[in-house]
Design a protein around this ligand. Structure first.
Ligand code: MN3
Length: 251
């Protein structure tokens, strides 16, 4: 991927983002606009939330420029294209992302790619915190990691190796299965373990984005270094809450 293609993608994403604003302007000044027969576009089904922290909050692990491009261009692109897919198939409107993931094999491919992209990135941003604020996992989650992986060190080693082994673009996940067992899995592209197409399904507790756009500016081809450094920005308090919620739902 080159900077040139990133920039072109960003331009398209910014144009998409400007559409709702044009709609508002039309409503404010109807006399100057199109005939009354024109139906105003419905509100977008999904919106891009701001990052829950500053672009530079994850420095020095993830640089501000990467965060800005990743959120403002890549994530915005997925949201815009997901909304386009929903506009093209109104039966999808009102469905949660999770409901779409559960039967994504029967939906348009754009939902798999861009709905997955939206869910995955929203989950990813919320999984991280400034390195100074990173806390250890809960006692319950730490015990489950020891039980299912042997130790936290072995868990991290396997997670990194799984992320490194993903050929091309994708994600590496820590999930909890319906049986309560923790597993590490990897998905291609913007797939995730909630999807009915996933080889290994479960409730995601943590996921790392191993697309080159997630790390290339700072780490270039050294995905392994990115995976190793990333632990410093994992918000284990959020991961622990997800584990408690999944365990509670399973009882
Ligand atoms: Mn990404």
């Amino acid at each position: 991927m080159t900077i040139h293609t990133l920039t072109r993608g960003a331009t398209a994403a910014l144009l998409l983002a400007a559409l709702p604003l044009q709609g508002l302007a039309q409503q404010a000044a109807p006399a100057a606009q199109a005939p009354a027969a024109t139906t105003p576009a419905p509100a977008p089904a999904f919106t891009l939330e701001p990052l829950p922290y500053r672009y530079d909050a994850l420095e020095p692990v993830i640089d501000a420029r990467t965060m800005q491009i990743h959120h403002d261009r890549h994530h915005r692109f997925y949201v815009g294209n997901l909304n386009k897919a929903i506009d093209a198939d109104p039966s999808l409107r009102g469905l949660s992302l999770e409901a779409m993931m559960a039967r994504v094999s029967k939906l348009p491919e754009a939902v798999r790619n861009h709905g997955g992209g939206h869910w995955n990135h929203d989950f990813f941003w919320k999984s991280m915190v400034a390195p100074t604020q990173s806390k250890p996992p809960s006692a319950e989650l730490a015990a489950a990691i020891d039980r299912d992986f042997g130790s936290m060190a072995k868990f991290k080693e396997t997670f990194q190796a799984t992320g490194l082994a993903r050929f091309g673009s994708g994600w590496v996940w820590l999930i909890v299965g319906a049986d309560g067992k923790l597993r590490i899995t990897s998905t291609p592209n913007q797939d995730n373990p909630l999807m009915d197409v996933a080889a290994v399904r479960g409730t995601p507790l943590l996921g790392n984005d191993v697309w080159e756009h997630a790390y290339y500016l700072k780490y270039q081809n050294l995905r392994g270094d990115y995976l190793f450094r990333w632990w410093d920005v994992v918000d284990w308090s959020v991961v622990s809450q997800r584990y408690a919620a999944a365990a509670g739902a399973g009882r």
